[in-house]
Design a protein around this ligand. Structure first.
Ligand code: G6P
Ligand code: MG
Length: 228
């Protein structure tokens, strides 16, 4: 079976904005008397803004303390802080190995998609200067469910005109790996604490076309019917 598309998560795969999300949430949480640390922050990866706030409130035992309007105001406050830090992003903020991989995929005619639930994804890709390298970016405002729901990856597959079975998804979050597996794509994990990825690499430094290709061949030769 031919590999037709590779679909990337953004935060933690293409660039490292996870710590910027963390700093913005940590400060907003602090203002309402909740302390979060980097270990807790792992749970927020791949989760939408409002779902992240709900987890933070739950963590602080304050889930029922805020009205819908107050929650929206807290999300807006977090987003203003976060967006202010995005001006620090430049093409130098692209994680190692990603630019070469994008060019290699393009040279081989493999379609490239983005599946991020971040509403700020277009601003980020622009700041990194790589918007034209993506054939399709799934619009996070069109989905109802964050990862681990497969919705954003399925939307990316549709936009690229491929079926999930012909695509690889690349993720740094556990919720993202679950989303990839839930739609039947092949999953590549970036990090060392992820389960369920068919190929797990410690960082994007190890991510390249040859490894993806070898993974795809391994997957499909294993499931190929035995020759007579
Ligand atoms: C990504 C990040 C999450 C973040 C979400 C929404 O998935 O991993 O941590 O909450 O995007 O981002 P946004 O920029 O829309 O607040
Ligand atoms: Mg991520």
């Amino acid at each position: 079976m031919k590999l037709e598309a590779v679909i990337f998560d953004l935060d933690g795969v293409v660039t490292d904005t996870a710590h910027l999300h963390f700093i913005a949430w940590r400060d907003v949480a602090q203002e309402i008397g909740i302390t979060i640390d980097p270990v807790f922050n792992e749970q927020l990866k791949g989760i939408s803004r409002m779902a992240s706030l709900q987890r933070i409130l739950q963590h602080g035992g304050k889930a029922a303390h805020f009205s819908q309007a107050e929650c929206e105001a807290l999300c807006a406050r977090k987003n203003n802080r976060y967006v202010a830090t995005l001006s620090s992003l430049t093409p130098a903020s692209i994680l190692p190995g990603i630019t070469d991989l994008l060019h290699d995929l393009r040279a081989r005619g493999i379609r490239i998609g983005l599946a991020s639930v971040s509403l700020n994804a277009p601003i980020i890709l622009n700041a990194l200067g790589i918007t034209p390298l993506f054939d399709y970016c799934a619009d996070a405002s069109r989905i109802k469910h964050s990862k681990p729901d497969p919705e954003i990856f399925l939307l990316a597959c549709r936009g690229l005109g491929v079926t999930a079975q012909h695509a690889i998804g690349i993720e740094d979050a556990q919720a993202g790996i679950q989303a990839i597996n839930a739609c039947g794509m092949a999953a590549v994990g970036i990090g060392d604490d992820l389960t369920g990825a068919g190929l797990l690499l410690p960082s994007t430094r190890e991510l390249n076309w040859h490894r993806l290709d070898a993974y795809w061949q391994r997957l499909h030769s294993a499931s190929a019917p035995a020759k007579e």
